[in-house]
Design a protein around this ligand. Sequence first.
Ligand code: UDP
Ligand code: MG
Length: 320
Amino acid sequence: MTMGTAERKKVSIVTPFYNEEASIQSFARAITEMADECTQVDFEFVCVDDGSTDNTLELLIELSKNDTRFVIIELTRNFGKEPALTAGIDIATGDALVPFDADLQDPPELIPVLIQEWSAGAEVVLAQRSRRTSDTGFKRQSAALFYKVHNRLSSVKIPENVGDFRLIDRAVAEALKCLPERQRFMKGLFAWVGYKPVIVQYAREPRSAGETKFSKRKLWNFALEGLTSFSTIPLKVWSYIGLGFAILTSTYAVFIIGRTLIYGVDVPGYASILVAVLFMGSLQLISIGVLGEYVGRIYAEAKQRPPYLVRKTHRGDNEP
Ligand code: UDP
Ligand code: MG
């Protein structure tokens, strides 16, 4: 891609905000500093307020009044990070898009590097965390386990230690917009649309301010979302488990019947019967539970509700 002045490219930085009033000032300072230094492209900062209950929205609108590069999307309530990011990607107008968290855990200085790779022809530039020392041991281990399980079970492989922070070309953003699903596991969708990635390494920092918005329960649900969105193996595995047990138990049945015919009725056996009944019972409950996970998602998709609703888009020039 050539970058003459005749065809200046625009890059959209897309950031979801949920109760981030403590991070906004440093975010705005860092991102505008980066943009002012990176002169070969124009910038747009798409900030999505995901139904914050603190002053986030007011502070964002304030920013947009002083700097027309800020576009503020106000959602009607808290929809979650993935829908908020989807809203930002849908509304961004840049030739390339960079999803970027509000808490400055990812270094803004890396954005020019991503842009450089994009200018050199990359369609997707992935920012890969070379170390996760800023995360707790639990989060690191659970993340490693998630990637391992997910990539074993799913035909769409998610690159390890790559968050949403990356650069995607307009073509990739358009491809994402074509995916009609309501439950948007962005990491998986990014991987699903394909395109050739270039990988850039970086170190992830601790949050600049505020607290993580993801509890352990949210992370667990997030992992389930990822698995069920991209693999049906958990559904199908029950046929094989069932088949295995059918073969085992029928062999055992032949043995018991033979023994009864030869040695007569043998009454004791309370323990083995109870164990078999309880074990098969729990196995059936687990498999019904897995079915439920999928049926619940089919239900949500079938309702066709939009993933997010926008109350208003604030731009510096349309504010009173
Ligand atoms: N976020 C959001 N909606 C939510 C939860 C989080 O828009 O319901 C935003 C949050 O404001 C931040 C980004 O998603 O910009 C990542 O959140 P966080 O830093 O808490 O996640 P972590 O880095 O701990 O995974
Ligand atoms: Mg964070």
